[in-house]
Ligand binder design. Structure first.
Ligand code: NAD
Length: 483
């Protein structure tokens, strides 16, 4: 089968890597190579940065209306090819095509439209002083910024970064994950069709330690917006700090879902609790991988929960009836399987799953893992402390509010939590005590793009979303006039 070769987008032109080195891109459902992406070097990054540097002043001076028009045009072009993008995202990442069609690609369209609208509605600040003076605050684009995104929600997270960066008038050098490079490459082609001036959006494909590192190190790049693992985030922070670059780091999580005995466990809520563990094969940073359940309902809840988990269909991502597809790579498959083995060694009881799944036909060599539920491990067991990022959930009983909070907060991460209760005052009280950037009460993954998004502790630094992103990508300048 002929393999597609993806291109970099540099200075408005699609081009291969200067060194002509390529990375194989696998289809997780089959294990086969179906494309190749540029294995770009620092030289490609330099070319992109200098194109961006040339484009930045003009783009920064372009009216917000015009910037919004181009971003909306890109959204329209993407939406018109939604099915094609969804199929490609599914093929590249292993996620069910139905999920890509329902979540990933529509959300990428929304990200673009949201920031196109946000920039024209953004208010400037002024502060009047009693002593006959007034301050007003200008917000300038930073110039050239870097956006680096992971493989789990490829286009969704890529657009979540480039949309506010472009809307605020910056020229962008962006790098998607080398594991899932396809949809970002295709979006780059659409950006040419949309009419973005050359150099405003540059996409350099390649590996983290080379291409990514070259973006982070480049002195012309003023800010790095990064989503990925905590380990990479720490390395980016160390590189960026001596250059005083702005950084926004959205990192890993070990999120609790807390179910109280008084929770309204309707079928719909139970389905959401199951989804919160296993959507996208558990490869969403917001997935609740530690399920804390009040002891008085623990056994009944476990029975009902397991029945639902066992009913999940792991299948070919192209099949619209599959609930879970393949995990993203052979390496990640091995990691998740090692984590399950470790849970066994720590004394965990596997209540369901625990094995790889062998499908037949075209998926015979794919990387499929059965949804796995484990109990019997203390909160400080490695299984309950390390991010697994796969279809693995642990069950932990608790007795009261204090224990629930202690267990939930007993992690080095602080990204997201969900809380299930009918007691309104408990919801407010515990919501405020949970040390997580995002707390959902009686829901999960209900997203309003205006709200601050991000985590604390080892889950990151800074927030994305709404005005937080607009602020991140701009430099404030306060003017004080005495009259
Ligand atoms: P990763 O850190 O391995 O890679 C993320 C991106 O960084 C990729 O594009 C990669 O090429 C690049 N990269 C790697 N090393 C680099 C370096 N030294 N310098 C610059 N760039 C580098 O993460 P991943 O495995 O792709 O993604 C999974 C992780 O992302 C999980 O930990 C997950 O929790 C996290 N994540 C967090 C959020 C959030 O919003 N907090 C969202 C999605 C995923």
């Amino acid at each position: 089968m002929p393999r597609t070769r993806l291109a970099n987008l540099i200075d408005g032109r699609l081009q291969g890597p200067l060194d002509d080195h390529w990375i194989d891109v696998h289809e997780p459902a089959t294990g086969a190579v179906f494309a190749q992406c540029p294995d770009s070097t620092a030289a490609d990054v330099h070319a992109a940065v200098y194109a961006a540097q040339r484009a930045a002043p003009g783009w920064g001076a372009t009216s917000t209306d015009e910037r919004a028009r181009l971003i909306n045009r890109l959204a329209d072009l993407l939406e018109a090819r939604l099915d094609e993008f969804a199929a490609l995202e599914s093929r590249d990442s292993g996620k069910p095509v139905a999920l890509a069609r329902r979540l990933d690609i529509p959300r990428a369209v929304s990200n673009l439209r949201f920031f196109a609208a946000a920039i024209v509605a953004w208010e400037s600040q002024s502060h009047a002083m009693e002593a006959g003076a007034i301050n007003y605050t200008l917000r300038h684009p930073l110039g050239v910024v870097g956006c680096i995104s992971p493989w789990n929600l490829p286009l969704y997270l890529f657009t979540w970064k480039i949309a506010p960066a472009l809307a605020t008038g910056n020229a962008v050098v962006a790098k998607p994950s080398e594991i899932t490079p396809c949809t970002a490459a295709l979006l780059g082609e659409l950006s040419i069709e949309a009419g973005f001036p050359p150099g405003v959006l540059n996409i350099v494909q390649g590996r983290g330690p080379t291409t990514g590192q070259a973006i982070v190190e480049h002195p012309v790049i003023k800010a790095i917006s990064f989503t990925g693992s905590t380990r990479t985030g720490a390395s980016i922070a160390a590189t960026a700090a001596p250059q005083f670059k702005k950084i926004s780091l959205e990192l890993g999580g070990k999120n609790p879902a807390i179910v109280f005995a008084d929770a309204d466990l309707t079928d719909e809520h139970m389905n959401t609790i199951v989804r919160s563990g296993f959507s996208n094969q558990g490869e969403i940073c917001l997935c609740g991988s530690r399920l804390l359940v009040q002891r008085s309902i623990y056994e009944n809840f476990r029975e009902c929960y397991l029945a639902k988990v066992q009913a999940l269909r792991v299948g070919d991502p192209q099949d619209t009836s599959s609930d879970l597809g393949a995990v993203v790579s052979r390496e990640h498959f091995d990691k998740v399987m090692r984590c399950i083995a470790q849970a066994r060694e720590e004394g965990g009881r596997i209540l369901c799953g625990g094995d790889a799944i062998k499908l037949g036909g075209r998926c015979a060599d794919g990387w499929f893992i059965a949804p796995t539920v484990i109990e019997g491990l203390a909160n400080d067991a490695l299984t309950n402390q390390q991010e697994i990022f796969g279809p693995v959930v642990t069950l932990i009983p608790f007795d009261d509010d204090a224990e629930a909070i202690a267990l939930a907060n007993g992690t080095g991460y602080g990204l997201a939590a969900s809380l299930w209760t009918r007691d309104l005052s408990r919801a407010h009280r515990l919501g405020a005590q949970l040390e997580f950037g995002i707390v959902w009460i009686n829901c999960w993954l209900l997203r309003d793009l205006r709200t601050p998004f991000g985590g604390s502790k080892q889950s990151g630094v800074g927030r994305e979303g709404g005005v937080e992103a607009l602020r991140f990508f701009t430099e404030p300048r306060n003017i004080c006039i005495h009259y």
